[in-house]
Ligand binder design. Structure first.
Ligand code: ADP
Length: 438
């Protein structure tokens, strides 16, 4: 097959040669050569027209035109490639259909979009739970159909390390956990899992903790109230009861702090009731946290506050106070006397940041991934000395989630720690506002 064109040329040359000989015999060699070449050109043109017709005519027959020699091989070769191409196309089509069928059968929401969120494809569950409609919604931005602002922010953030929980816009009793994966040229694959059952169990757990904490609050207040009254009259207390009563008061105060933290944590976790976030001026709040830290330290540490940018911020003041003071008080608690603590508030192109750096006891960085879990302690024995509830950093984490922030922790055993809250710039740039009261 590879040398067919050689045979063809040989045959053509031979035919021309015979024509030439015959031309010599009859006395017109040149004319005969011209006639022979003209005939060859006409035949070639005829074959080319047949090929063109087969390739481009609207009612193209399945089979190619039949021919001899080089043209016959060309027709057969093209037909072979065409058949193979059609088979490959069919195989790919079948594969795509199978993948689409299996993704369609998934119980999870699957939506493919481009970088702007314009929807290209989605499965049946996405129609049921997000209310998408084929073909009217094709090419529409998903943010127009899933209108939750949190979803919009999550989609635009490009930080998809943690999933996002939202209510189904079509079936409000369904809770979806949304994961986004980047693929291709900045395209997005959005997968939503129905976690309603898990969410329900989690709510039951939260309600239980919140109710128990609530119920414990009153008896604890009564207990510590009586203890305080008794201890106010030291002279009437028999000496052997004194130590026990002091310890009882200490422990009841600890339990009160624990109950308060548990209640705060369950309020923070309740994503359905995030308090309205207002423009604030954190200037006085930072000053008062520093003063409280100095009171807690009792003059044993050198505490400095650096406000490197203006303190206007959008958020919930009570939550921010709780998060920032937890970090600063931890620095005081875990830094031996004589150490220093730096509180910083600054802005850069990444966002606005609140940092607390201490020269305290620090801890091994292997603890960092688990540090914001409830009741996780680097060294359980430290807690009894410091009187912490073990919930401080869990509270910080939830406050930051409610403010689109993230906590960065660095520490070196024996050298100190640094805790930084990073917030997006969108929470910072605001016009001048009156200062909030501490
Ligand atoms: P706690 O009430 O025990 O302080 P937190 O959640 O605030 O609970 O902190 C969790 C643990 O992290 C603490 O028990 C302590 O071991 C460690 N920790 C937190 N802040 C510091 C710090 N500034 N220096 C050293 N260890 C810290």
């Amino acid at each position: 097959m590879r040398n067919d064109w050689l045979i063809h040329i040989q045959r053509l040359t031979l035919a021309l040669f015979f024509c030439y000989l015959f031309g010599l015999l009859i006395g017109y060699p040149a004319w005969l050569m011209v006639i022979a070449l003209g005939a060859y050109l006409a035949w070639t043109l005829f074959q080319a027209i047949r090929l063109h017709r087969w390739l481009f005519s609207p009612e193209r027959p399945a089979q190619p035109p039949s021919s001899q020699g080089l043209w016959g091989d060309l027709f057969d070769g093209l037909y072979k490639y065409q058949t193979e191409h059609q088979q490959t196309q069919q195989r790919l089509q079948n594969l795509i259909s199978r993948v689409q069928d299996s993704v369609n059968a998934l119980r999870d929401v699957v939506v493919m979009t481009d970088s702007q969120g314009n929807m290209e494809w989605w499965n049946q569950t996405a129609e049921n739970l997000l209310g998408l409609r084929k073909p009217t919604d094709r090419g529409q931005p998903i943010q127009n159909l899933v209108r939750t602002p949190r979803f919009k922010r999550y989609f635009m953030s490009k930080n998809y390390d943690d999933p996002l929980q939202i209510r189904s816009p079509h079936k409000p009793d369904v809770i979806l956990s949304i994961h986004i994966t980047l693929f291709g040229e900045d395209d997005r694959l959005i997968v939503g899992q129905d976690i309603s059952r898990l969410h329900h169990l989690e709510s039951v757990r939260q309600d239980f903790i919140s109710n128990v904490s609530h119920e414990l609050r009153t008896p604890l207040t009564v207990l510590s109230g009586y203890l305080e009254t008794i201890l106010d009259h030291q002279e009437d207390i028999p000496p052997r009861w004194k130590r026990a009563l002091h310890q009882m008061q200490q422990q009841s105060l600890r339990m009160q702090a624990l109950v308060a933290d548990l209640l705060l944590l369950s309020r923070l976790e309740d994503h359905d009731h995030i308090p309205p976030q207002r423009p604030l001026n954190l200037e006085l709040l930072l000053d008062s946290i520093k003063q409280d830290a100095e009171a807690l330290s009792g003059g044993q540490h050198q505490i400095t506050l650096h406000k490197r940018t203006h303190c206007r911020f959008i958020g919930d003041e009570a939550q921010l106070r709780s998060a920032f003071s937890n970090l600063v008080f931890n620095a005081v608690k875990y830094t031996p006397a004589g150490g220093s603590i730096d509180i910083e508030w600054w802005e850069d192109e990444q966002g606005v940041h609140f940092g607390v750096t201490d020269t305290g006891m620090g801890f091994d960085p292997i603890h960092i991934p688990r540090l914001t879990e409830r009741f996780y302690r680097v060294d359980p024995s430290r807690n009894t000395q410091t009187g912490g509830t073990g919930l401080g950093l869990a509270i910080v984490k939830h406050v930051l989630i409610n403010h689109e922030g993230r906590l960065e922790i660095q520490s070196k055993l024996g050298q100190g720690s640094r805790f930084v809250c990073h917030f997006p710039l969108s929470r910072h740039q605001l016009p001048e506002l009156p200062q909030t009261q501490p």
